[in-house]
Design a protein around this ligand. Structure first.
Ligand code: BGC
Length: 344
C-alpha cells in the first residue's frame, strides 16, 4: 500500500506555488516536485536496513531554478540532442535554439524541466500535466503532456503520454542522477552495471550519432554482463559514458523490456530499469565538476552518479534509419519506464 501526500514546498515569484508530493511504500519513499516533474529524492534501504537518499538534487527551490544539469527532471519536448537544432517535418524547416555546442539539447533554453506542472492524485502516486504551446522553443503544435509517477512496493513507474495538434518530434525521459551508496558519495567506481543492449550508437565529437548502430561485442560498450564502472571507465573514451544503447530495432513493436541493472555491492542496493522506449542513454555524470552545491552541502563531482535516460535514439528526427520520433495529430504518445529498488 502506497501513501500519497503533498504540501507546498516553495513559490516562484509571478509563476505560483511549487508542491512536493511524497509517495511512501513500505520499502521506498519517493519525493516529486511539481517544478520540472522532478524526482527530488528516492529513499531506499541497504542490505542492513540503513536508509539513504540515492538521487542527486538540491536543498531548496533556488537550486532547482538555477540548475543547468537537469537533476531529477523530466526533459522534453525532445530529450537529448538534435543536430544543429535543425529539422524538417512535412516539408517545413524548423530551427531551435542552440544550447549545447552547435546542437540543441533537452528541449531548449526553457524546456519542460523548468515548467510548473499541474498535479493530481492518482492511485499510488501523482500525475503531472502541462500544455506546451504551438511554437514552444521552436517546436510545432500544441502538445498536451502528462507524466505519472506511481509507486508499488519497490517499483516506481513513470508513464509518459502526449498528444499534439501538429506533427512534432517528441522524446520524453527522466534525468535522475543516481548514486546507490547515497547521494553525496564521491563516485560510482564501485558500482556494477549491465545493460541489455547488443548495439550502441557511436557519436561524433559533438555527441551526435554518426548514423550507424555498432555491435557492442569486442568493444568497451559491451555491458551485457555486469562490469565494474570504475574499471570500464578506463576503457571508454574520456570523459566517460554518454551514449545511447539500442534496446530494440527501429519499427519494433511497443513492448516493455529489461534495459539495465546497477548493483552497489558494498550496500547491496540494486536498481533495475525496464522500459518500452527503444534506447537508453547511459551517462556517467561526466560534466559535473563540483561547482554546484547539492543536498546537504554536497559538491557533485565528475562521475559522482549515473543516469539511465530511457529514450528514443538521439537526433532521430534527422536520421531516417532511427526509430520514428514523430507524433502526429490524433496519435497517442505513450511510454513506460520502471525503476525497481531492491537489495542483494
Ligand atoms: C547528456 C549529457 C549532458 C547531460 C546533462 C545527458 O543526457 O547526454 O551530455 O551533459 O544530459 O545536461
Amino acid at each position: 500500500m502506497t501513501q500519497v501526500s503533498h504540501r507546498q514546498w516553495g513559490e516562484v515569484s509571478g509563476r505560483g506555488a511549487v508542491d512536493l508530493w511524497v509517495l511512501q511504500s513500505p520499502q521506498v519513499r519517493v519525493e516529486v516536485l511539481t517544478l520540472g516533474a522532478i524526482i527530488r529524492s528516492v529513499y531506499s534501504r541497504d542490505k542492513d536496513g540503513q536508509i539513504e537518499d540515492i538521487v542527486l538534487g538540491y536543498d531548496d527551490l533556488e537550486g532547482y531554478l538555477s540548475d543547468k544539469r537537469y537533476l531529477g527532471a523530466v526533459v522534453g519536448r525532445v530529450a537529448n540532442r538534435i543536430a544543429r537544432g535543425h529539422f524538417v517535418v512535412e516539408g517545413k524547416e524548423y530551427q531551435l535554439d542552440i544550447n549545447n555546442g552547435p546542437n540543441a539539447l533537452h528541449g531548449g533554453l526553457w524546456g519542460f524541466n523548468k515548467a510548473i506542472w499541474l498535479a493530481t492524485a492518482v492511485e499510488g502516486g501523482v500525475q503531472l500535466s502541462l500544455t506546451s504551446p504551438d511554437g514552444d522553443q521552436g517546436y510545432p503544435g500544441e502538445v498536451q503532456v502528462s507524466v505519472s509517477y506511481t509507486l508499488q512496493e519497490e517499483t516506481l513507474t513513470a508513464e509518459y503520454q502526449a498528444r499534439s495538434t501538429k506533427t512534432t518530434p517528441i522524446n520524453l525521459t527522466n534525468h535522475s542522477y543516481f548514486n546507490l551508496a547515497g547521494q553525496g558519495s564521491a563516485d560510482i567506481y564501485d558500482h556494477e552495471v549491465s545493460i541489455s543492449a547488443e548495439s550502441y550508437l557511436p557519436v561524433d565529437d559533438t555527441s551526435i550519432p554518426k548514423g550507424e548502430t555498432k555491435g557492442v561485442e569486442g568493444t568497451p560498450f559491451d555491458l551485457r554482463k555486469p562490469v565494474l564502472i570504475g574499471r570500464q571507465l578506463q576503457e571508454v573514451p574520456s570523459p566517460g559514458f554518454d551514449h545511447n544503447f539500442c534496446l530494440s530495432s527501429p519499427g519494433a513493436a511497443w513492448t516493455e523490456r529489461h534495459a539495465a541493472r546497477v548493483c552497489h555491492p558494498a550496500s547491496g542496493r540494486v536498481l533495475e530499469v525496464s522500459t518500452s522506449q527503444p534506447g537508453v542513454q547511459f551517462y556517467t555524470a561526466n560534466f559535473l565538476d563540483g561547482s554546484m552545491t547539492g543536498k546537504g552541502g554536497a559538491r557533485y563531482q565528475k562521475h559522482s552518479s549515473f543516469c539511465l535516460e530511457t529514450q528514443n535514439w538521439p537526433d532521430a528526427v534527422n536520421q531516417a534509419s532511427f526509430p520514428d520520433c514523430l507524433l502526429r495529430p490524433g496519435e497517442d504518445y505513450r511510454h513506460i519506464t520502471r525503476f525497481t529498488f531492491t537489495t542483494v
